[in-house]
Design a protein around this ligand. Structure first.
Ligand code: T6T
Length: 347
């Protein structure tokens, strides 16, 4: 029986996993069976992984895919990549089910919602698939002691810290007094919920010198973010806004656009989470004051490495939480190699 989706002979999961030690020691099981694979590495393991992104086409996930693919090539893993057209658990859950049906060995996923994606991913785990979280988590993200412990690891930024970095930089940029507005994505995304939380903590620590003017959700659309910020700036609350925190790439991009449209660049300070080329252009032109670059390449490569560890019995090499860190970019270091290397790829 041929499993055409994976391009390999179908084995029961137990047979397949039992065969992997021999595969690693003695070359490709697939070659022995006369099948074919897309990996050209002589190190081919015959494992198939899927990376399920939070949303297709987002430069953050495009960059993560590159890191995952580089490690997959190195380790001889076949990597499939998929994701919903919008950042939506309703659209992402059927994708999870499709890859359960395809019997992938490892599912690396940026879950679109910390609650709604628990059940679909539990189904993957129950089917014997190793589940690894990248970028976002499910449950409360504490896979050692929290309510959800089946994912092998949570590999991603410390997002409370990231929100705090943004908040503190904005507070300094506005002279330690005034109002901050937060443009957010969709409630329930672990990353952006925590970024808002971190920024609010920084505001609270000013003991009232800086206040939160408001916040809103743009459904991961730069156009909606821009409309919301434009409406705010032209309302009677507009004069209270001295700084804006855009909690992800599209929220920040739309916020910066609205500030430019209102001719207030430089006057209203902006902390931009995520580092596409546009954010760097905005930093250079003075429209944005701070760009917080995550390390999606490292998230992707570590996740693939962990998947192979899990399949080859090296579970002691897997940490339940890997915080991947940031490159914080402002005008003083934008041309440093570390900052330039941190800019996300768009294709
Ligand atoms: O900020 C990233 C990611 O960390 C977040 O979970 C969703 O939005 C991005 O993909 C950027 O658009």
């Amino acid at each position: 029986m041929e499993d055409t989706e994976l391009g390999r002979k179908s084995l029961s999961r137990r047979e397949f996993l039992a065969g992997t030690t021999a595969v690693l020691a003695g070359g490709s099981l697939l070659a022995a069976c006369g099948g074919s694979t897309s990996t050209s590495s002589s190190n081919s393991t015959n494992y198939t992984f899927v990376l399920i992104q939070g949303v297709k086409g987002d430069p953050f996930y495009v960059t993560m895919q590159k890191g995952a693919q580089a490690m997959a090539d190195k380790l001889g893993v076949k990597l499939l990549v998929d994701g919903p057209a919008q950042f939506s658990a309703t659209l992402q859950a059927p994708i999870v089910d499709a890859y359960i049906a395809k019997k992938v060995d490892v599912m690396i996923i940026a879950a679109c919602d910390k609650q709604a994606m628990i059940a679909p991913l539990q189904r993957a785990n129950d089917a014997g698939i190793k589940v690894i979280s990248v970028d976002t988590f499910i449950g409360n993200g504490d896979y050692a002691n929290g309510p959800v412990t089946f994912p092998l690891s949570y590999i991603g930024s410390d997002n409370v810290q990231g929100g705090m970095i943004a908040g503190q930089a904005l507070i300094k940029a506005i002279g330690n007094k005034g109002g901050i507005y937060i443009e957010n994505v969709i409630p329930g995304i672990s990353t952006t919920d925590q970024r808002q939380q971190g920024c609010e903590q920084a505001i609270k620590a000013t003991n009232g010198a800086v206040t939160l003017v408001g916040s809103n959700y743009d459904n991961d659309s730069a156009a909606t973010a821009s409309q919301q910020v434009s409406a705010l700036l032209s309302s009677n609350k507009g004069t209270q806004v001295n700084g804006i925190f855009g909690t992800n790439l599209f929220s920040a991009e739309g916020s910066a656009q609205a500030v430019k449209n209102a001719n207030k660049q430089g006057q209203i300070k902006i902390a931009n989470f995520d580092a596409p080329q546009q954010a760097i252009n905005d930093l250079n032109s003075g429209a944005v004051d701070l760009v917080i670059a995550q390390k999606p390449t490292d998230m992707g490569s570590t996740a693939v490495q962990y998947g192979v560890y899990a399949l080859t019995g090296k579970t002691s090499s897997i940490q339940k939480r890997v915080a991947t860190g940031y490159v914080v970019i402002d005008k003083t270091n934008v041309n440093d190699p570390a900052s330039q290397n941190a800019i996300y790829k768009s294709s």
